[in-house]
Structure formats: structure tokens, C-alpha cells
Design a protein around this ligand. Structure first.
Ligand code: MN3
Length: 212
């Protein structure tokens, strides 16, 4: 089965009141994300990907270094955006987190405010295109990290992504112009679906369920 673009878990105008307008979602999901899916499907035969899960493809492409980049750029972006859409919801964010993730953030960062500052700092300092992440490391602790372009913490082997924020300009330019810090702050304050993050923490991370 070739890879496919899942529908958004909400309507394209559902996040408008929370700082992500309909046009951003229509372009970002319908054009940008879809283009990664189409490009990845175009690589299945030439790169010998048939039968492999999306997660395996990303990990192998990450280990292949520069040689793996053409596949990683598309495979990683497909996976990253699937997580990104689910990690947001209308009227998300807030100060009251579900039990386990709330306790872990307090334990590993010292509090929600400290986590937000670290996450925002990672996104702001990712030069050019990429993502900032909340991950669960193999030692059981949470950490914040960032990756360039289509890479992610699976392809780098850093840990299990629980939350990711796209810091490419196409993610925020219509809503926040050049103000990336404001976009990330708004993502944290008004968009994050903490129930989904809690679900990923308890279930061991997102499985795309997609195979080439
Ligand atoms: Mn994007």
C-alpha cells in the first residue's frame, strides 16, 4: 500500500480562534503535507522501500546519513506532520495537564513554565527549517530537542517524540508573519492537545500504521 494523507482530526477552520487560520491549515495540510506523501510514494520503487513501515524507513534513512536524506526528507515530514495535526486541538494548551504528563513535566523540567521556555528556545534557535520536540528518552526522562528539515527524534535515535512543532515559515507566516517566537508561544498556550501527548507517553509513542 502506498502512503496516504490522513484527514485532519478537525475542520480547517477549527483552530482559527486559537491562532491558526483556515488558509494556513488548507495550504499546510492539503498542499505541503500532501506533497511529501506524493514525493515519498515516488521513491518507494527506486529506493527499495516496499513492505517497510514508515518508522523503519525513517530510522534506516537517519542511519544512512547524507545518503539517506532524499528519503528522510519526505518520510520524516510525512510522519512529523501526522503527529503535528493530532497534537493540536481547538482551545488547546492551558495550564492544567493530564496526570502523568503533568507530573513528568514537573519532575523533569521543574514546571510547565520551564518546559515551555525550553521548548520555545529550541524552536527559536533552530536555524532555518525544522522542528522542536518534547521527547521521552530511553532513560525514562523527558527532554526538549530540535531537528533540521525532515529529520525527527526517531531518525536521530534521540528518543520517542511526544510533541512536535513545525517551525518552517509555511507553518506560521500567514498567522504570525516573521514572528516565530509568538507562533510557538501561541502553539503552547492555545493549541497543544495535552490529552494526545498523555496518550503517547502512556502508549510508547505514535505508530503511523503506514507501510510502503
Ligand atoms: Mn510543515
Amino acid at each position: 500500500m502506498p502512503f496516504s494523507l490522513p484527514p485532519l482530526p478537525y475542520s480547517t477552520n477549527a483552530l482559527a480562534a486559537s491562532g491558526m487560520c483556515q488558509e494556513t491549515l488548507e495550504l499546510h495540510h492539503g498542499k505541503h503535507h500532501n506533497a511529501y506523501v506524493v514525493a515519498l510514494n515516488g521513491l518507494i520503487e527506486s529506493k527499495g522501500l516496499a513492505g517497510k513501515s514508515l518508522e523503519t524507513i525513517m530510522a534506516e534513512a537517519g542511519r544512512a546519513g547524507a545518503e539517506g536524506l532524499p528519503v528522510l526528507n519526505q518520510a520524516g515530514q510525512h510522519w512529523n506532520h501526522m503527529l503535528f495535526w493530532q497534537a493540536m486541538k481547538p482551545n488547546g494548551g492551558g495550564e492544567s495537564l493530564p496526570g502523568r504528563i503533568g507530573a513528568k513535566i514537573a519532575e523533569d523540567f521543574g514546571g510547565l513554565a520551564q518546559f515551555k521556555e525550553a521548548f520555545k528556545q529550541a524552536g527559536v534557535t533552530q536555524f532555518g527549517s525544522g522542528w522542536c520536540w518534547l521527547i521521552l528518552k530511553s532513560d525514562g526522562r523527558l527532554a526538549v530537542t530540535k531537528t533540521p528539515n525532515g529529520a525527527n527524534p526517531i531518525s536521530t535515535g534521540e528518543g520517542t517524540p511526544l510533541l512536535g512543532c513545525d517551525v518552517w515559515e509555511h507553518a506560521y507566516y500567514l498567522d504570525f508573519r516573521n514572528l516565530r517566537p509568538n507562533y510557538i508561544q501561541n502553539f503552547l498556550d492555545r493549541l497543544v492537545n495535552w490529552e494526545f501527548v498523555e496518550h503517547l507517553l502512556l502508549s510508547g509513542g505514535m505508530s503511523s500504521g503506514q507501510t510502503a
